[in-house]
Design a protein around this ligand. Structure first.
Ligand code: ADP
Ligand code: MG
Length: 501
């Protein structure tokens, strides 16, 4: 089915999330929508899916103008969408989930599960999904759950399939398999809109790329375009993607983690008997698909979460730290860039300057006796804003008013400007524009070169490969292996799925 969006405009109050967007996707085409966080990609797709009403413009399918009042209308017209957060019911089987809300009924009015099963099997076989209709969703890996969502859309006869950042939760191999499925679907005539911010992926699978920046289409590109061309289109200026990194000089062990286990909020063992060391002058990356215990591990390293009693210790420069207060951890010399800047990194209502003080307010250089040294604070703030290129009118702007990328720069500036032995950077570039990623990466490498021990926790394999000296891969709470930074993407991908190197 041919899809045409004409002049779509969508506002949220005074914010124009989509401005006069035109897009034509032919039948059987794989179109990538490429854009930074906040560019307006999901908004546009939510308009297409009937979740939002546009303030202007129209949607045409095979030349006919549509009026979607809700997702039901969009689905009925042949639009399918797989959201980033799946909407499956864990305790139901695949077949039950697929028919949920659209149940086939047998002669006596009961749920006809045989038909549902047969439908799943047929689609699964046809496109190589390899999904068992009778498996419980909760037992399936995330990559397979995602296929269930796609099957669900296809059983509703989706002719245009929207995949919104589908690879964020996948291993590299699962990503390759998804791309294969996309190609098969496209061959059968399904039009696919594939949203991502990963350049490598659009280059691999797209027929055509539409780049969106600040709510507007800023260009169309061919998948043969180079990564730096695409990145420049995304951010609107020249971007250098290469991180310069010389060989490192490794010093003594700074942090030692020995047989440490940590519970998550549901009292499950999220970190399971993990051991590793980090030395001065090295970057140890902790790689893995999101949700394999990295969050809980990083929280335990800062004392935000306790380790299980009877297990081993977390030792920094000879001092046993586990289960001491967060403040004790900070005083022992840890810098910490949290993965969730809103929850753990910033106080949104506080000004940028106040946020710069958060971890330093109990010592120099922000205090004079028991008072805040405002002159010193303002001087340091001005310097950090300049150095880390925080885009703001003034240091007194509340941090919550900044864009996500600039909020991240505030946290990174604060943590990298403290004199620490160990820097823990968790997803340090999440939501940051491509142009600023390089800058943050360079700063992290500079920390390592100045002799600090660095732990980089990242679900982005490109980031891991760009920065790491050694790579530990986590899977289901365990460290599957600790390998050299030259290890192939393929081997790392297997480790991310639990296969030991
Ligand atoms: P993308 O998917 O490209 O990351 P989004 O479409 O989610 O971007 O967001 C585009 C802009 O619209 C952002 O500035 C975002 O904060 C804003 N936005 C998105 N949804 C809403 C909403 N429901 N209410 C207000 N603002 C929103
Ligand atoms: Mg989005």
């Amino acid at each position: 089915m041919k899809l045409e969006l004409r002049g779509i405009t969508k506002r949220f109050g005074s914010l124009v999330a989509n401005e006069n967007i035109n897009l034509v996707v032919e039948s059987g085409e794989i179109r990538s929508l490429l854009g930074e966080n906040g560019a307006g990609k999901s908004t546009l797709m939510n308009v297409l899916y009937g979740l939002y009403q546009a303030d202007g413009g129209e949607i045409l399918l095979d030349g006919k103008v549509q009026a979607f009042k809700g997702p039901g209308d969009a689905m009925a017209a042949g639009i399918g969408m797989v959201h980033q957060h799946f909407m499956l019911i864990p305790v139901f089987t695949v077949a039950e989930n697929v028919v949920l809300g659209n149940e086939p009924v047998n002669a006596i009015g009961g749920l006809d599960l045989d038909t549902a099963r047969a439908r799943v099997k047929e689609i699964s076989d046809r496109f190589g999904f390899d999904v068992d209709p009778d498996a419980l969703v909760e037992d399936l890996p995330v990559g397979i759950q995602q296929r269930v969502e796609i099957i669900k859309a296809l059983t509703r006869n989706a002719k245009v399939l929207v995949l919104d950042e589908p690879t964020a939760v996948l291993t590299p191999q699962e990503t390759d398999e998804l791309m294969q499925i996309m190609r098969e679907l496209a061959k059968s005539g399904t039009s696919i809109i594939f949203i991502t911010h990963k350049l490598r992926e659009v280059q691999a699978v797209a027929d055509k790329i539409t780049v969106i920046r600040q709510g507007k289409v800023v260009g169309e590109a061919d998948p043969k375009a180079s990564a730096s061309e695409l990145a420049s289109l995304m951010v609107g200026r020249e971007v250098d993607l290469q991180v310069e990194k010389a060989a490192n000089k490794v010093g003594e062990v700074v942090l030692s983690v020995a047989n440490v286990s940590v519970l998550d909020d549901r009292e499950q063992r999220a970190v399971d008997n993990v051991s590793f060391e980090v030395r001065a002058g090295e970057i140890l990356a902790i790689a893995g698909v999101q949700g394999n215990g990295q969050t809980e591990l990083s929280e335990a390293l800062l004392g935000l979460r306790h380790t299980i009693k009877g297990g081993g210790d977390i030792t920094l420069g000879g001092q046993v730290l586990n289960n001491l207060s967060v403040r004790k951890h900070l005083e022992a010399g840890i810098g910490y860039v949290p993965e969730d800047r809103k929850k753990d990194g910033l106080v949104s209502e506080f000004s940028i300057a106040e946020n710069f003080m958060l971890n330093g307010s109990f010592g120099k250089p922000f205090t004079k006796g028991i008072n805040i040294d405002f002159a010193s604070r303002d001087e340091i703030s001005a310097k950090l804003i300049e150095e880390f290129d925080v885009r703001t009118q003034s240091a007194s702007t509340p941090a919550g008013k900044l864009s996500g990328g600039n909020q991240q720069k505030v946290v990174v500036a604060r943590e990298l400007s403290r004199d620490v032995k160990l820097l823990i950077a968790s997803q340090p570039t999440r939501g940051v524009d491509v142009g600023s990623i390089e800058f943050i990466h360079e700063r992290i490498v500079a920390e390592r070169d100045s002799g600090r021990a660095v732990i980089l926790i990242s679900t982005e394999l490109d980031e891991v490969l760009a920065l790491a000296d050694r790579i530990a891969v986590m899977y289901r709470g365990r460290i599957v292996g600790i390998v050299d930074a030259k290890t192939s993407r393929e081997t790392l991908g297997k480790m991310m799925a639990g296969v030991a190197a």
